[in-house]
Design a protein around this ligand. Structure first.
Ligand SMILES: [Zn+2]
Length: 138
């Protein structure tokens, strides 16, 4: 059982930013994930994932958002979220929140043991500490 917390208004704002960046920059086969991270100063950085033809070279949205934030001088993080954008053939209208992959769980926890991650869990949006998602971290 995960220890989760309900979302606050600022968490919904973070999800919106992740949606906005992928709705603006969606390209089939190139970019379909948007991520947004809130730094400890409250600034939001959002980015898309970068798909490569060789799948394992693909860079996740979370990594892109963290890298963008650090590049702008914000090194400490409070909350992160990623959303998936539907493909045209999927017949889905809205983006949905996706959990970070295993590599991103390692990455996120390297940059802060107290970072909260927004996930869809037991039929609702919640947030939880990154280490809840990564027992026995590397
Ligand atoms: Zn990932």
């Amino acid at each position: 059982m995960l220890k989760t917390k309900p979302l606050e208004n600022k968490d919904y704002e973070l999800i919106k930013e992740a949606e906005k960046v992928i709705e603006t920059n969606y390209v089939y086969g190139r970019h379909h994930i948007g991520a947004a991270v809130r730094s400890k100063t409250g600034t939001i950085f959002s980015a898309v994932h970068v798909e490569a033809n060789v799948g394992r070279i693909t860079v996740c949205g979370e990594a892109m958002a963290i890298g963008k934030s650090i590049s702008e001088g914000e090194h400490e993080f409070e909350t992160i979220v990623a959303v998936a954008h539907p493909h045209p053939h999927e017949n889905i209208e809205k983006c949905w929140v996706v959990s970070p992959c295993g590599m991103c769980r390692e990455l996120i926890s390297d940059y802060g043991k107290d970072i909260e991650v927004i996930i869809f869990y037991k039929n609702e949006l919640v947030k939880c500490n990154i280490l809840e998602l990564l027992p026995e971290k590397y």
